[in-house]
Design a protein around this ligand. Structure first.
Ligand SMILES: Cc1ncc(COP(=O)(O)O)c(C=O)c1O
Length: 448
């Protein structure tokens, strides 16, 4: 039987559900990244580092809730915190003590978080940080990096995927991009020139601190430090989008991990323990633009307007507190970072053992694979970042996922996220599955 036939047989019920879902949702899915051919698997429960499909097949999970579940699925502390909160009410339409506790934890952990504002998602957090930067500086231009992802609001769809020339979405007027500049990562000269020409117009530079697409295109050593200095010199705010890295790389996120201070930081995912939630943090003088003010010069409400029905909702707050209480001591980050190093080594051995051209790499508890490339030996080599985003999707991507799922592992061809509860056995089984997958794809003529 071919790979696709085996997949269709093993995950038959998922296929049936997908056929029905295609009559309800565009492409049958509810998030672009969950789409795969001939159909994605349907999951009915999850625990720790594992999840089970509707057919009852166990999978080792490297999606970990799109990077939000640092403690794995259904950690007992989160289960009891959220269950207790459901009984007490899910939305008070009022302030509540847990939002305060949650905010205090964020303040305690995140460097420079003099003030915190909760949102409902990472997309909302980056939207807020950008608008705050524009309001604070009185400037319009936002600089982002090619390959960096900051959610799906209008201006951040610029320069996400190769060749970075058109936005990631239809439906956005061209004028929206008049005040956005897409910079190539790792080229400080480009930014020096840009700032020399129009530094007075630039409100902020926003970036994923480990590099674009959760670290697929890493920054070379020293780049972040140079950028920090450049921003300071030109009065430009530096925004760290820590939606993935926050509370993951270290309790204080990328700022702590790289020892660099950002002016504003955006969070989501781990922040809310896997429930919907985001936040922006920063100095009082910027964040207080959201505060009520008597200054009549500002605008109708004299403030940065920020409603949002689900901001700091009690369920997310309960999960977030339970998560951050665990994160605080640093053990989850240490465990997940160490496990990721082990996995990366194993994946690289599999590349070698099978003779497939490619390599695995990563930072903290995030890992990536670059198929078809070789020659990246040190971090300095990532100066050549463009080929790293040229993941051969389409037939290769679908076949990779099918083969890995057949081997009991749910992993994207571009990598994934680990939690603090991925065990040595999980890692060994995953490395074995990866090696088998490379051999299968060679046999199918999909990989050389
Ligand atoms: C770096 C980064 N920023 C922003 C977002 C958007 O967050 P959300 O999906 O919560 O809107 C994501 C989502 O994956 C992300 O990875």
């Amino acid at each position: 039987m071919s790979l696709a036939e085996q997949y269709q047989e093993k995950f038959r019920r998922s296929g049936e559900l997908y056929t029905k879902a295609s009559e309800v949702f565009p492409s049958g899915v509810t998030h672009d990244a969950r789409f795969m051919r001939p159909f994605p698997v349907y999951v009915e429960r999850a625990q720790g580092s594992h999840k089970w499909t509707v057919e009852g097949h166990e999978l080792i999970d490297y999606w970990t809730g799109h990077g939000s579940l640092m403690l794995g699925h259904s950690h007992p502390d989160l289960v009891s915190a959220v269950s207790e909160q459901v009984r007490k009410g899910t939305h008070y339409g009022a302030n509540h003590e847990n939002e305060l506790k949650w905010g205090q934890l964020v303040k305690e952990l995140v460097p420079g978080a003099e003030r915190v504002r909760f949102t409902s998602s990472g997309t909302e957090a980056t939207l807020m940080a950008i608008r705050l930067a524009r309001a604070f500086t009185g400037r319009k231009v936002i600089v982002k990096f090619a390959s960096h992802f900051h959610g799906w609001h209008d201006i951040m769809t610029a320069g996400v995927h190769p060749p970075y020339d058109v936005p990631d979405s239809v439906g956005i007027p061209e004028e929206v991009f008049q005040n956005v500049r897409v910079a190539p990562p790792n080229e400080i000269d480009f930014l020096e020139k840009l700032f020399a020409e129009e530094g007075q117009k630039v409100a902020a530079v926003i970036l994923e601190p480990t590099g674009g697409t959760w670290g697929t295109t890493p920054f070379i050593p020293g780049f972040l430090e140079q950028l920090r200095q450049l921003c300071t010199d030109h009065g430009v705010l530096l925004i760290f989008d820590e939606v993935i890295t926050g509370f993951r790389l270290a309790p204080g996120g990328a700022q702590e991990y790289f020892n660099i201070d950002a002016d504003l930081c955006c969070f989501a995912k781990v922040l809310a323990g896997g429930l919907p939630g985001g936040a922006v943090t920063g100095p009082k003088e910027i964040m207080d633009l959201i505060a009520y003010s008597d200054d009549p010069k500002r605008n109708r409400f004299n403030k940065f307007s920020h409603p949002g029905t689900y901001n700091a909702n009690p369920l997310s707050a309960a999960a977030g507190i339970a998560m951050l209480e665990q994160i605080k001591g640093g053990e989850p980050s240490r465990l997940a970072n160490a496990a990721t190093k082990y996995l990366i080594d194993g994946l690289n051995q599999a590349f070698k053992a099978t003779g497939v051209k490619g390599f695995a790499y990563g930072e903290g508890s995030m890992f990536h694979m670059a198929f078809g490339l070789s020659g990246y030996e040190s971090k300095q080599d990532f100066v050549n970042w463009r080929p790293l985003m040229e993941v051969p999707f389409g037939r290769f991507g679908d076949a990779f996922r099918q083969a890995m799922l057949l081997e009991g592992v749910d992993m994207l061809p571009m990598g994934g996220w680990l939690s603090a509860v991925h065990s040595c056995e999980d890692l060994d089984r995953s490395i074995e599955a990866f090696e088998k997958t490379l051999r299968t794809l060679k046999n199918e003529g999909i990989l050389e």
